[in-house]
Design a protein around this ligand. Sequence first.
Ligand code: TRP
Length: 447
Amino acid sequence: MNGETRATFAGRISAVLVAAGSAVGLGNIWRFPYLAGENGGGAFLVIYLVAILLIGLPLMLSEFAIGTATHRNAVGAFRALDKRWVPLGYMGVLSSVLILGFYLVVAGWTAEYMIHSPFSSQVTNPDPQSHVLAFENFVANPWKPVLYAVGFGLATHLIIALGVQKGIERAAKWMMPLLFVALVVLAVNSILMPGGMEGLKFFLKPDFSKVTPATFLMAVGQAFFSLSIGLGTMITYASYFKKGTSVRATALQVTLLDTLVAVMAGLVIFPAVFSAGIEPGSGPSLVFITLPSIFSNISLSALWSTIFFLLLVLAALTSTISMHESATAYLEEEWNLSRCVAARMVTLITCLLAVLASLSLGMGKECMIFGLTFFDSLDYLTANIMLPLGALLTCIFVGYRFDKKLFEQQLYPDCCRKGEYAVLRFLVKVICPITLLLIFVNNLGLL
Ligand code: TRP
C-alpha cells in the first residue's frame, strides 16, 4: 500500500484530536492522580512536568517523524527504514494487544459504573465500607465484569471497522470535546466543595520531602504511558497525517492537552478527597472506591457519578481504539488482509485475553504466574518491561540509526531551526536513553 491510496486525517485539528484521544486515557484520570497522591502531590507534579518536556515530547516527535516519513504501520515503518529494527515494530504491536488485555477490563469497570450510576441505590450509600464491598464483589463476579470487558472490546471493534476517517477520526472529534466539558464541570464542582482548597494546596504546592529516586523513575514511566509512546502507536497514527500537517505543532498540542487533562484530573480528585477527609495516597482504588464514596455524600450524587464515569469511558475508549488500530493496521498492511478481517482477529484475541484477565481477579485467583494474577502479570510485563524497553530502543533508533536529514525534514519541512534541532537531538541521543536505561534497570529490580 503506498502513501497515495492510504487513508489520511482531514487536517491538523483532526490529527491533534485523534492523537490526544490516544494519549488521554485511564493513565491520566485513574493512574496519574493516585501516583501523585502517593508521591508527594505537587512535588510529583513538578517532576512529571519536567519528564514530559525532556523525555515525553522528544519521544513523541520521534515516533511522529517515523510515521510521517514512512506512512506505514509500526512494523512496516521499521521494515522501510532499516530491516534489522523490525522486531521493535513487532514488540510494539504485541504490547498493544497485551495492554488491551487488561486495559479492556478496567475500561469495562468504568462502563459498568457509568451505567449503574443513575439507577443504583449504592450511589447514595454514605457508608464508605459499602463502596469497598461493592467494588470487590463486582470485580470478583464470574460473569459481569467479563461481559463489560467484552462489550468494551466490541465497541472498540465497531469504531475500528468503520475505518480511519469514519470511525477513528469521527469518534475523536465528538468524544474529545465532550470529555473536556465533563472535566471542567467536575473540576469546578470539586474545588467548590467545603475544604476543597486544602486538596488544591496538596496538589499544587510541592513538598519535596516525599521524593525518593523511585519518584523520578515513576514520573518518567507515567509520562510515556500517558503520552502513548514507546510502542509504535503514535507511528501508526502519524502515518495517517495529511501531507502538510505540522509534526512539531501537533506533538506540542497533544502533549499540552494530555498534561492539561492529567492536571485537571488532579483538580477533580484532590479537592474532593480532602473535602471528605480521606487519605490521598489510597492507590489504584482511588477512582472506584474513594470517589464513589465521596460522591455519595454530596447532593446530586447520581449525576456527578454518571458524569465522572462517562468521562472515564470516553477517555478509555479513544485509547483502546489507538491500541487496536496499531495491531489492525499491521495485520491489514503486512498480511494483506481486509480491514474487517484484520479488526476481527485483533478483537477476538484481545477479548480472549480480557476474559482471562478479568476471571483471574475472581474465580481464577488461585492461578498465579510468578506470584501475580494474569491481570497483574499483563500489567507488569507491558508497563514495566515492554514499554520502557520499547521507548529506549526507539530513542536509540532515532538518535543513531534514523537518517538525520530525513528526521529533520519531517520536523522542519520548510524552515530551518538549527538550534532547536540540536537540542532535540541531544535529548534523543543522550538524555532520553540514559534516563530510560535507569528506569528499565530499576523496573527489573536490579537497582
Ligand atoms: N495513553 C493511554 C492512557 O493514558 C494509554 C495508551 C494508549 C498507551 N495507547 C498506548 C500506552 C500505547 C502506551 C502505549 O491511558
